[in-house]
Design a protein around this ligand. Structure first.
Ligand code: ATP
Length: 267
């Protein structure tokens, strides 16, 4: 284990002794790597970090673009990011709202100004700072969950992105990838275990406090228009439409919020 991630390894050993930490210099995607390992029978709890991710993924086959997470002062800076995935067997009664619970935990660990955009993004001032991608695969009656997170740490431009991004350095200048992970990791594991036992409901107030879409006019990708009205106890997005309140659960739906115009490509 390289010295920069030692404090993370120590925190895991103290609070989550069953969870190993592995840091790779470069991977295509930490989610893809854990999925390959799970399919090959490696399903021990693990926190896998990639200092560099070459083919990060978002939802629906979209790309997550990231730089490196090195700590050297000449590398930390423009485009630097933290990319990691947690892999662990999980058996919640319902999976609904897990990405929201993960977002609540990470936002609470990092900064009060962070907001959550249903269903899987952390926003700062209406710009995307981080994305969450949760995938699962069958595991002897339970499932193996892979919770992937990508966070922009250093300034980056909007090349290749649908909207201008945000980065953590705007709020916490100089916080590098290991320091960021140290703040996030143990509370995130706790949040995932709490979710497994009690579902999304305990996270609902935390989400409501940080709900970036509350009151915003929205158009869903299926053409439905309405106004965001928070989320319910299952984590479904509530949309006020001319036909009444609709609970949106499908991850197939991509939101296009009618927010301040952004530079860069159209969405
Ligand atoms: P959208 O954010 O476009 O409404 P989404 O939240 O479902 O959709 P995800 O699948 O979570 O999107 O993430 C992929 C999208 O995030 C990409 O299409 C790209 O526009 C954007 N993106 C990719 N990398 C970054 C990054 N480093 N910082 C900010 N945004 C990024």
């Amino acid at each position: 284990m390289s010295a920069d991630y030692q404090p993370v390894a120590q925190a895991l050993a103290k609070h989550w002794p069953g969870v190993s930490l592995e840091v790779c210099d470069s991977l295509d995607s930490t989610n893809s790597e854990l999925m390959r390992r799970a399919r090959a029978g490696q399903v021990q709890p693990i926190l896998l970090v990639a200092r560099q991710q070459t083919a990060g993924r978002g939802r629906l086959g979209r790309q997550w673009l990231s730089g490196t997470g090195h700590t050297d002062s000449d590398v930390y800076g423009e485009g630097a990011s933290l990319t990691f995935s947690l892999g662990l067997p999980l058996a919640p009664a319902s999976w609904s709202g897990l990405s929201l619970a993960v977002g609540v935990s990470i936002a609470a660990s990092l900064h009060a100004e962070l907001r959550l955009k249903w269903p899987n993004d952390l926003w700062l001032h209406q710009r995307k700072l981080a994305g969450i991608l949760i995938e699962t695969t069958a595991l002897d009656g339970r499932r193996y969950a892979i919770v992937g997170v990508g966070i922009n740490l250093g300034a980056r431009d909007d090349n290749g992105l649908a909207r201008a991004p945000a980065w953590l350095g705007e709020l916490l200048p100089g916080m590098d990838a290991p320091q960021t992970l140290l703040r996030i990791a143990a509370p995130l594991l706790q949040a995932i275990r709490d979710f497994e036992l009690r579902g999304f409901a305990p996270f609902q107030p935390g989400f409501a406090q940080r709900d970036a879409l509350m009151g915003e006019p929205l158009t869903l990708s299926d053409g439905t228009c309405g106004t965001a009205h928070g989320v319910n106890a299952d984590g479904a997005l509530l949309l006020r439409t001319p036909d009444g309140l609709k609970a949106i659960t499908s991850s197939e739906l991509s939101l296009r919020a009618v927010l301040a115009p952004q530079s860069g490509n159209t969405t």
